[in-house]
Design a protein around this ligand. Structure first.
Ligand code: 0GY
Length: 290
């Protein structure tokens, strides 16, 4: 792993918040293990190994029932580690892949059969080399036939330029980590209002209300991020997802305690109904409809 890599928390607390039955951790990753699933040559970071067995143990420890495993950029377009985890999960995991323009319908069908349900388009420059928008549109047209959706990862300052592209996409679109707002600017800043307006305008746009540990400047317990998550959960209760982001790639200050992250949920989804939608109904509708 990279010399400055911060491995995931070794012994997270048992959460005080009791998750509703059937809760889904809808944003997490697997890394390797490299001996079995080597990291991609084009990767921008080399993480610690964090394989499926550790992920499933954490799922059970925290009280989740299911996982949505998102292909991490350190594995490039080689989705074998995620596919292997999906097969081992016996229906309790779904996946989001990263694919290139050469992907065929047969490839998509094969991944669909093991539980892949989407692709991720990444615009974060420190994580990936850029992909032309036409390439993404071509992929979108192919996966739409399988009723897959698209996860997009970008930073707040890039949203304005991306809006026409997002409007062209034919599927449900899930934005990672609320589009990474600058939380020092507050929820009334034009950047965050732009994101809220876009969700108002586009009924196919969803948001993960995830990663306070990435967005926070104040650090644990991440109180500076609460208003952002709350605003989205309250306005769009049927289009939000939540996940741990385990094993937390590229943290620069600390490894978040996954149990403490679960205890964050009732601060951002304050009614039982909001919690059930966020943790069960929404991810089940998007990932387990079939
Ligand atoms: C995340 C965060 C990051 C990395 C990746 O695929 C990845 O490598 O997602 C990040 O560094 O912001 O969304 O889990």
């Amino acid at each position: 792993m990279d010399a400055n890599w911060i491995p995931f928390h070794p012994n997270p607390k048992k959460p005080a918040f009791v998750l509703p039955p059937g809760a889904v951790d809808a944003h997490c990753h697997v890394f390797g293990p490299a001996a079995e699933f080597p990291y991609a040559p084009e990767r921008k970071y080399t993480p610690c190994d964090a394989g499926k067995d550790k992920l499933f143990a954490l799922r059970d420890y925290l009280g989740f029932t299911r996982n949505v495993i998102v292909q991490a950029t350190c594995h490039g377009k080689d989705n074998r580690a995620v596919v292997d985890a999906l097969k081992a999960a016996n229906g309790l995991a779904r996946g989001v892949a990263t694919v290139g323009p050469g992907i065929t319908e047969a490839d998509i069908a094969e991944m669909d059969a093991v539980g892949m349900r989407g692709v991720r388009f990444n615009f974060v420059k420190r994580l990936v080399d850029s992909t032309p928008k036409e390439v993404f549109i071509g992929i979108a047209e192919k996966i739409a036939k399988f009723d897959w959706h698209i996860v997009v990862y970008f930073e707040a300052q890039d949203l304005e330029e991306l809006i026409p592209f997002l409007k062209e996409l034919p599927t449900t679109i899930v934005v990672d980590h609320m589009g990474r707002p600058d939380v020092t600017k507050g929820i009334y800043h034009p950047d965050f209002r732009r994101f809220i307006s876009l969700m108002d305008e586009m009924p196919n746009l969803w948001s993960k209300v995830t990663c306070p540990e990435r967005l926070s400047l104040s650090g644990p317990p991440y109180d500076d991020v609460i208003p952002f998550c709350q605003a989205i959960v309250e306005r769009f209760p049927d289009r939000v997802l939540w996940g741990t982001d385990w094993p937390h790639p590229n943290m620069t200050t600390h490894a978040p305690d996954d149990g403490a992250l679960v205890d964050y949920i009732p601060k951002i989804a304050r009614t039982q109904e909001q919690q059930r939608k966020l943790l069960v109904d929404n991810p089940m509708r998007l990932y387990w409809a079939r």
